[in-house]
Design a protein around this ligand. Structure first.
Ligand code: ATP
Length: 362
């Protein structure tokens, strides 16, 4: 029987901690579609790893149901052990055996499978070679694992996860041991490998850039719950809560009251918005605007709506752009501008907040 690669419903897990219970997973549910990279994103301790471990079968949840490719692997008393779940895993510490060469490391999951599950020698060789070729490590079979670079070790860990041809790949912060530059390169490499292989992937990270650039869909987690699910653009451009807006990127906030359809009154003026999450007149709301969405004018624009007057606090050159901080009353707005901007602290400026770039959070 085949089905959705992964379906998780009503998952719960509590841990005892100094007499109290920490609800690490608090009613989590999601479904991953064929070929997707589905990412659990959130700060440390929000329950990402516990959720992934429950999917892997390394953690027994208190409640909930997990179905991998149409097979129920966790439900009530039923609990299929990790080695009998159709999954491949890559963790933060790749778990590569230093005393083995590349071939033996990649072949390990097949070598240890018992009875009928263990393929004949020729088949093992074929599958290992295919997996190593897929991660661009063909020709490295005889090298000791310790002679590989960080990026190559990461790819070896991936080959080892793929050698059993799993239905589902689980990645838990697989790039976090790499230095910043290599991490960036591996991000692109891992994304294109995943696409080439078309393997359905559950990915766990606390790194918003990694999540935005690599995911088909993202689930943002906070205190054991999924609080928003959507494509990277949707989560970034339409954060559902202040927490999401704050955690995924930098955001400017402005509190206000909804007065008319798509119109919000704030202490610094009234703003038009292009969409809102179903507010009623009189609702207290929060406006969220990304730094790159703010248009900066050096003289007062005529006939343009959604403009606030401010004063430049400071301009910081960060290479491809400048971060221009603008004081409006007692708050400082963060805006991202072209590096050609020449403006000095204390200068008057006008911030335009385009209606379609303002998110309304209820
Ligand atoms: P990180 O990014 O730091 O790994 P996370 O989002 O993956 O964090 P989890 O590791 O799932 O979070 O942990 C969720 C909560 O459950 C945390 O409060 C953590 O301290 C607690 N927890 C996890 N595993 C255990 C355990 N074995 N015993 C006790 N508490 C645990």
């Amino acid at each position: 029987m085949t089905g959705t690669p992964l379906a998780v419903e009503g998952l719960r897990k509590g841990f005892a901690d100094r007499g109290a219970t920490v609800q690490a997973i608090d009613d989590v549910g999601f479904e991953i579609r064929e070929g997707e990279v589905y990412t659990l994103l959130g700060p440390s301790g929000c329950g990402k790893t516990s959720t992934l471990r429950a999917v892997a079968g390394l953690e027994r949840p208190d409640a909930g149901r997990i179905v991998i490719d149409g097979t129920v692997v966790t439900q009530n008393g039923r609990f299929v052990p990790p080695n009998r779940r159709d999954i491949g895993m890559v963790f933060q510490s790749y778990g590569i055996w230093p005393h083995m060469n590349v071939f033996d490391n990649a072949a390990f999951p097949l070598q240890v499978s018992k009875g009928k599950g263990k393929p004949p020698k020729q088949e093992i060789r074929k599958r290992v070679e295919a997996a190593l070729a897929a991660v661009h490590l063909a020709g490295y079979e005889g090298r000791m694992a310790t002679q590989l670079s960080g990026g190559q070790q990461q790819r070896l860990a991936l080959a080892r996860a793929l050698v059993r041809r799993p239905k589902l790949l689980l990645l838990d912060e697989p790039l976090s041991n790499l230095d910043a530059k290599l991490r960036q390169a591996m991000r692109a490499e891992l994304a294109s490998l995943q696409q080439e292989l078309g393997i359905t992937t559950l990915f766990v990270t606390h790194d918003q850039d990694e999540a935005l650039s690599m995911s088909t869909r993202i689930a943002v987690m906070q205190a054991g719950k999924i609080i928003q699910e959507g494509g990277p653009r949707e989560v970034y451009q339409r954060p559902a809560t202040r927490f999401v807006a704050d955690f995924v990127g930098t955001t400017n906030f402005l509190s206000g009251t909804r007065t008319a359809a798509r119109r919000i009154d704030t202490p610094v003026g009234a703003f038009d918005v292009a969409s809102d999450p179903g507010t009623k007149a009189g609702d207290e709301v929060l406006l969220a605007v990304r730094p790159e969405a703010v248009r900066l004018h050096l003289s007062e624009p005529v006939g343009v709506p959604n403009v606030i007057k401010g004063e430049i606090d400071r301009v910081m050159f960060v290479g491809e752009c400048v971060d221009c901080h603008v004081r409006v009353g007692d708050t400082v707005w963060v805006t991202r501008q072209d590096p050609g901007l020449t403006a000095a602290s204390g200068e008057a400026v006008w911030l335009e907040l385009p209606a379609d770039r303002v998110s309304v959070i209820l």
